[in-house]
Design a protein around this ligand. Sequence first.
Ligand SMILES: Nc1ncnc2c1ncn2[C@@H]1O[C@H](COP(=O)(O)OP(=O)(O)OP(=O)(O)O)[C@@H](O)[C@H]1O
Ligand SMILES: [Mg+2]
Length: 318
Amino acid sequence: MHGLLRERLLSRRDHRLERGKPPQPLLFDDMMEPTNEGARPGSADRAPGGDPPGPQEGQAPTGAPLLELRNVDKNFGPVQALQGINLIIPEGQVTALAGDNGAGKSVLIKTVSGIWSPDGGAVFWRGQRVHIRTPKDAAALGITTVYQDLALCDNLDIVQNMFLGHEDLHLGMLNEIEMELTARRTLESLAMTTARQIRQPVASLSGGQRQSVAVAKAVMANSKLVILDEPTAALGVTQTAMVLSLVKQLTSQGVTVLMISHNLNDIFQVADHLAIVHLGHLVASGPASNFNRQTAVDYMTTGRSNRETAGSPALAAS
Ligand SMILES: Nc1ncnc2c1ncn2[C@@H]1O[C@H](COP(=O)(O)OP(=O)(O)OP(=O)(O)O)[C@@H](O)[C@H]1O
Ligand SMILES: [Mg+2]
């Protein structure tokens, strides 16, 4: 494409993105003062010698974590799916959420994503209490969840999928060139260059490439927190490596990641922080370096561990 035209298209897009910044969501509990309680010493999630997030651009001056759950409960009739969950998601880091089948991982992320509302407790976003009642509320905060089935449309190409639901219109027409440039730029910024053609249907992509398109879509939506539900579950070795490097790439762009995973290889490869749930309780949480494979398996399978760990053994429980 002609260089000048390309530059003009890109600069128009940047202006559009500036103008189109989502308004401050009306989710905050206006009656509450901003608080830095999220960073309080002795918080359930804070291990001694832990890893408080450093101040980041756009972060609340309080140094509060990006997301915090305090004492969150979720019941389905007699089933107590989440009980008194105290969880901190530090900004700009990868937090892995692990646990056995039925532990409550999916219910937890659905509660954060606005699919379920908690029955008790409170959720804080950068130190301010928020009420995430719908997926739209979550999106307004900058939370994007990539579910396992990916919600991509097989018959649409990569660009169409990335813009699905928020197509770029110009004078009532699809702005195909601009959408393609934006999609291409996003994929390149994530070092995602393995797809041969940006206009190929998603059905023709490998599992890893599909996962990457879903993640790139989340990045394009200006997400602050990307939640990935078992992103590598169905992938082979090469594709898993590709997705994990993409996860790291996200944090280098300032995006915070919460990744559900059963796979200890994946967890120890990319996670800065590890939280483990067992039968609806958060049984351990702290820097990933405070865990080893054995302690992680202990917590996942029995909810406790008596073994020594390499780092600080103080792994907080809810
Ligand atoms: N919609 C629902 N109605 C009733 N019970 C539910 C519902 N969703 C989840 N549960 C229950 O909540 C508990 C936690 O389920 P959840 O799906 O969060 O487990 P998980 O940790 O994601 O497990 P897996 O690794 O198998 O995906 C389970 O006992 C499950 O049966
Ligand atoms: Mg699940």
